[in-house]
Write a protein that binds this ligand. Structure first.
Ligand code: FAD
Length: 260
């Protein structure tokens, strides 16, 4: 159980940032991951008064506030159009609707969980994370950075990332994924993110010929599976994950082809 002495709702980001510099204090998202921990802290910092619950249209980008729920992303028509439905494909298997109504983008991306579905998709989309103190950081860098005491305020996603597909393998519905795979094929090239390896998601640049065929998609799947490092945990072994990776990358690329 998470136990705390004081609950605060700062009225400015500077105030929230100052509070979170103390080791005994803790920033809250939806609190769904935090409440699973046995931990006692002095003060919890709720960001709910800071207006971070909006999805903004910046023209060429979407700017998603840290307190936006996963369910809002899943059902957002603009994000659905930008990602060709991959946003909902990525989020719809996470536990259940009530859960996704509470879990936040900030908690999910700041947490950088190895099993994370949105971390995988956002990496392939070349997301940029906005931190109150550190400023803009490409997610590809943020994913491997240490857990600094900062406030994640927004995540920005390109509005036209090209063709996108998201696939994940689960042993059983609503469980943590065994492997996650997101592919984006755009003007700046093709990218593939593989997560739940079970380590944190990683990004692979794909060298694809002009048109995607069953053969070129299969060859790309083989290359990604050989390039990425996999590990074993109670859900699956490394070799199984590698085998699944080949299949998911191939299917995701063929899914992108169907969007052409
Ligand atoms: C039982 C269970 C099953 C799950 N299954 C899946 C799954 O299948 N796929 C998947 O992708 N995810 C899964 N998740 C993770 C879930 O989707 C959320 O990512 C997770 O709960 C964190 O979101 P939250 O809003 O609850 O964050 P919290 O639990 O409130 O916070 C998580 C961490 O982020 C920090 N934090 C929160 N917001 C900010 C911020 N704005 N700035 C800085 N730090 C911040 C907190 O201090 C904490 O360290 C699961 C979680 C649980 C509990």
């Amino acid at each position: 159980m998470l136990t705390f002495r004081q609950y605060l709702r700062p009225q400015t980001l500077d105030e929230a940032y100052a509070l979170c510099q103390k080791r005994a204090n803790l920033v809250l998202g939806g609190m769904l991951w935090l409440k699973m921990q046995n931990r006692t802290v002095d003060t919890v910092i709720d960001l709910c008064d800071l207006g971070l619950d909006q999805v903004e249209d910046l023209g060429e980008e979407w700017r998603i506030g840290a307190m936006v729920s996963l369910r809002t992303l899943e059902t957002h028509p603009g994000l659905a159009a930008s990602t060709h439905g991959a946003m909902a494909d990525c989020l719809c298997h996470i536990v259940g609707v009530q859960f996704r109504n509470l879990a936040t983008v900030g908690g999910s991306i700041y947490g950088r969980f190895g099993f994370s579905d949105p971390l995988t998709l956002f990496l392939a989309l070349e997301a940029v994370v906005e931190l109150h103190h550190a400023g803009d950081v490409p997610l590809a860098d943020f994913v491997n950075q240490p857990y600094e005491r900062d406030i994640l305020t927004h995540v920005r996603l390109p509005k036209h990332p090209g063709r996108v597909a998201y696939l994940a393998q689960r042993n059983t519905a609503t469980d943590f994924p065994v492997l996650t795979c997101a592919v984006a094929v755009g003007e700046s090239g093709a990218r593939c993110a593989i997560g739940a390896r079970p380590m944190k998601a990683c990004l692979v640049k794909l060298d694809l010929p002009e048109s995607i065929t069953p053969e070129t998609a299969a060859a790309a799947g083989d290359r990604v599976a050989e390039q990425v490092t996999f590990g074993s945990n109670l859900r699956a072994g490394a070799d199984y994950r590698r085998a699944i990776c080949r299949v998911l990358v191939r299917r995701a690329l063929l899914g992108c082809k169907e969007e052409e």
